[in-house]
Design a protein. Structure first.
Length: 449
């Protein structure tokens, strides 16, 4: 756990302080650092009751520590605590948000757009679905059965009709099923998932775009997890086609607090057509008086919004621009390489059965056994045993169709199988695959595999 960078923060704070040197001296006389230190030490002890999300041996859920630059940028901004709702509360941080968001939009090939940061992917998707409902009221929204559950939940909040589209053997939206739904329903928006939460699968966006030409629906890309892979190297030809097609969708969500190296919560919503800003229009008698410039609160559903998130993102992108061939791109590529390496080891080991090859950096697999119920029990045992040995994986309940059970003589006595899942999203995971496999192999033997 890196703490040496705090010296850099002290230097930056002194620079920040210079900007307010003309103010009358002010000291908080009531500040008792000894008491604060005592409470912080207690909090630090309480926080030990966490999985080691920062360590390469944590290879379970989508949890990744923010880059040191992001942490420092966030802490620096917290000494001001700007509010990016209106320029009155965050002039500099609002400008930094606009610059950072423009850089993300540029990553997808958009120079003209409307967008801003949000408190996370859920709120970002809420705004996308809300705009979809405003533009095409009463028309249905579709998403795949492997899309994030937030779409089903949010359409209920918005009172918009919603239905799921089944997926193929690779966890991607089934184009044939989608077409049959389009033939019988009034569909306003199709949500394409660019990196499903469970497996990292990419919905077939090029084919969905062709259907849009025929049926005229909007396309929202939920790229909360996978969006940044637009600048990664080493993707499959099909994945490259999906990412190249993102420029043609109507709205995009991406989460900087996932692969963008940011603290929670930092999401981003982008609309290709800036005119959708008219749906956000509102009047405020007291927040928008200081400038004729656009206040970010005028194009967002959230009111108070943390300027610190914008500063952290701006600092990180200044250090590591999200462009192909750069240091940031190499970080993403290393995670994908780690996933392919781990997948290769699993695939060549007769004790395990893999699903499809990872499209991004998520690997799913199951231990071999006579039935799905036995496999599910073994998966849970292996999850707990690996955890005892400081290797933290994840489990996921997945459709049996993702695995070739019949061909491998496995009796399907359930519709879903408890699978093992590993998200190898840290660049360091590539260097640690050998150690991860060593612990995983020993843990497997300990439960009789």
């Amino acid at each position: 756990m890196e703490v040496g960078s705090l010296r850099v923060l002290e230097t930056a704070l002194r620079k920040l302080q210079e900007g307010f040197s003309l103010l009358d001296d002010y000291v908080d006389e009531g500040l008792d650092l000894n008491r604060i230190e005592s409470v912080l030490r207690e909090a630090a002890e309480r926080m030990q009751d966490n999985f080691p999300y920062f360590h390469p041996l944590y290879a379970g859920q989508m949890l990744k520590p923010p880059h040191p630059a992001a942490r420092l940028g966030y802490m620096l901004a917290m000494y001001i605590n700007p509010n990016n709702h209106a320029l009155d509360g965050g002039r500099a941080s609002s400008a930094m948000e606009k610059e950072a968001v423009a850089e993300i939009a540029s990553m997808f090939g958009w120079n003209t757009f409307m967008g801003h940061l949000t408190g996370g992917g859920t709120i970002a998707n809420l705004e996308a679905l809300w705009i979809a409902g405003q533009l095409q009221p009463d028309k249905m929204i579709l998403a795949s059965s492997q899309a994030h559950y937030t779409h089903d939940r949010l359409t209920k909040v918005l009172k918009i009709p919603f239905s799921q589209v089944s997926v193929d053997h690779y966890g991607r939206m089934d184009i044939g099923v989608l077409k049959r739904i389009l033939d019988r329903e009034q569909v306003g928006t199709v949500v394409t998932t660019i990196g499903t939460t469970a497996t990292g699968a990419l919905d077939p966006l090029p084919g969905i775009l062709r259907l849009r030409e025929q049926y005229g629906f909007r396309i929202h890309a939920d790229a909360a997890y996978g969006g940044y892979f637009k600048v990664a190297d080493g993707l499959s030809p099909d994945a490259i086609k999906v990412f190249d097609a993102l420029a043609e969708v109507d709205s995009i969500v991406v989460d900087p607090h996932k692969h963008g190296l940011q603290p929670y919560g930092c999401g981003c919503i982008l609309f290709r057509d800036p005119s959708v800003g008219k749906f956000y229009k509102h009047d405020s008698p007291y927040t928008y008086f200081s400038s004729e410039e656009l206040h970010l609160g005028e194009i967002s559903l959230e009111c108070s919004r943390p300027g610190a998130s914008a500063v952290a993102l701006w600092v990180t992108q200044k250090l590591l621009p999200p462009v192909r061939g750069g240091e940031f791109s190499a970080m993403l590529s290393r995670g994908r390489q780690a996933a392919l390496e781990f997948y290769s080891r699993l695939k060549s080991d007769s004790r395990f059965l893999t699903a499809f090859q990872p499209e991004l950096d998520i690997v799913i697999w199951i231990p071999r056994a006579g039935s799905v119920s036995e496999i599910s029990d073994l998966s849970r045992q292996l999850f707990h045993e690996a955890g005892k040995n400081n290797l933290h994986l994840a489990v996921a309940e997945l459709p049996c169709s993702f695995f070739n059970l019949k061909e491998n003589g496995i009796r399907q006595d359930r519709d879903t199988v408890t699978s093992l899942r590993s998200v190898l999203m840290k660049p360091e995971h590539l260097d640690w695959i050998g150690r991860i496999w060593e612990i995983f192999d020993a843990s497997s033997k300990n439960i009789g595999l």
